[in-house]
Design a protein around this ligand. Structure first.
Ligand SMILES: [Fe+2]
Length: 468
């Protein structure tokens, strides 16, 4: 495998441009837009120490660590990044008695104005399980408002996490946002999965669109771990806005990572490494090798018994029945079969070999549920109960949260492997009830929150599909 891989990489290096593109080489001309902001910048010195764009993520230890990330235009005079926090129960009387410090990284956007900001990160460690914490972030130069989050009930697997899952939500036409904010304020979720494509685009208008999007989702993300993977809309300047603004675990600039939540092992991947070859091939190879190791570890008998569900999420689907020319409308999707001709790094064989239960995608601005499928073969559990002990992964496409590009239509003739589709704007809810039962439902924002699709995925045993 290693020699074969080297030969392929050598061959590809002759036909593909490699290395990182510089911002200027990849930039497209953008119309200058003069705003009040520009007027002020040109005539008045403004300092900006006030934290904004506050958002959370799970740390390396999902059960006891939360990373708080925020932004300031100016670096505070004492150059500090601080979170003060404490149990909500005593915060009113005792104040925020715990204190954690981190650091700030200067981020310079690749656009023509090279707008800069400081991204602050602080990891809260050794948090108590099942506890509501109140926190604020900032420095002696300015504190954020107070926010709350709740830690996971337990590091064990015997609890039932609830998540909202969606992709393709932009600054403009973020139709599902208000409903997601309401859901969050009602305490419906333990985490969010945003499966790529943010803001449209984060780098647009000298990264102001990214700033405003991060302010929009603060109403969710300052209260819940907001877990993300990159989409094609994050590509500009080698995904620099995406890499800079989030704080996923794993030390891969937010590109791929995994975490455990209740009975589920979640794996987030970048599908974009298969498509933007101008940034080189290394990340694709690293991710593929990491993914196989991660799947192997998740399949260690004791681990799979404790946390039997494996859910993978990434931006571009392997299958879809939409009416456009995206890769998923073709039969040889790059992520599914790997490189043309050599068929290396294909993910579907890995998913099949290591018994991935659910694969969640976005990119198509619609919702689609597939029958259990492998290599275009429907492999239902049985005719009467397709999702009971299925013999292949279940794929969902949920990219309809709302963006300025609008909806994606479907083809007149829907393939036999497609079980349900909808063009309604909305998002997916997952509740992982236990080691044998997952429940999914699709919320339609167009229909005032109506559930337009739901199904139970039931498995008595988990593992490779190769022997089934
Ligand atoms: Fe996309």
């Amino acid at each position: 495998m290693a020699i074969k891989m080297q030969l392929v990489l050598l061959a590809l290096s002759f036909i593909l441009p490699s290395g990182l593109a510089s911002p200027s080489s990849n930039g497209s001309p953008e119309e200058p837009i003069m705003t009040l902001d520009d007027d002020l910048e040109s005539s008045v010195h403004i300092v900006h120490y006030q934290p904004e764009q506050v958002h959370l993520a799970f740390g390396e230890r999902t059960d006891s660590e939360i990373v708080v990330t925020w932004s300031t235009r100016s670096l505070p005079p004492d150059m500090s990044s601080v979170v003060e926090y404490g149990p909500t129960e005593t915060a009113a009387s005792d104040g925020l008695r715990q204190r954690a410090t981190g650091g700030a990284t200067k981020f310079v956007d690749g656009g023509r104005k090279h707008k800069s900001q400081f991204i602050h990160r602080v990891t809260l460690r050794q948090l108590e399980p099942n506890t509501s914490y109140t926190y604020h972030c900032g420095s002696a130069a300015g504190w954020s408002a107070r926010y709350q989050f709740r830690t996971v009930p337990s590091s064990e697997s015997d609890w039932s996490p609830s998540l909202a899952i969606y992709g393709d939500m932009g600054n403009e036409n973020a139709q599902s946002l208000a409903r997601l904010q309401q859901d969050t304020q009602q305490g419906m979720y333990d985490a969010i999965l945003h499966v790529g494509d943010f803001a449209y685009d984060m780098n647009s208008n000298d990264a102001r669109v990214g700033d405003e999007f991060m302010r929009q989702v603060e109403t969710i993300a300052a209260y819940l771990p907001y877990m993300v993977v990159p989409g094609n809309h994050e590509e500009k300047f080698n995904f620099s806005n995406y890499r800079a603004r989030f704080s996923m675990p794993g030390g891969t600039d937010n590109l791929f990572y995994s975490f455990d939540l209740g009975p589920v092992h979640f794996i987030g991947i970048s599908t974009e490494v298969y498509y933007f070859l101008n940034y080189g091939l290394k990340t694709l190879v690293f991710q593929y090798e990491w993914l196989e190791r991660d799947l192997q570890a998740a399949n260690e008998p004791a681990q799979r018994a404790k946390r039997p569900w494996i859910v993978v999420y990434g931006h571009r689907p392997m299958y879809c029945s939409n009416e456009n020319d995206n890769d998923c409308t073709h039969s040889e999707t790059l992520t599914r079969v790997g490189w043309p001709f050599v068929h290396m790094f294909g993910l579907e064989p890995l998913f099949y070999k290591y018994g991935v239960d659910v694969a969640i995608w976005a990119h198509e601005h619609s919702y689609e549920r597939l029958w259990p499928i492998y290599d275009y073969q429907v492999r239902n559990g049985s005719l009467g109960s397709p999702y009971e002990n299925p013999r292949a992964p279940v794929h969902l496409v949920t990219g309809s949260a709302g963006c300025k590009e609008g909806r994606e239509p479907f083809k007149g003739k829907i393939p036999v492997w497609s079980a349900f589709h909808s063009q309604d704007y909305g998002y997916t809810r997952l509740k992982a009830h236990n080691r044998t039962h997952l429940y999914f439902e699709q919320v339609s924002d167009d229909q005032n929150g109506a559930i337009i699709d739901s199904f139970w995925l039931i498995k008595n045993q988990h593992g490779s599909y190769e022997d089934l």
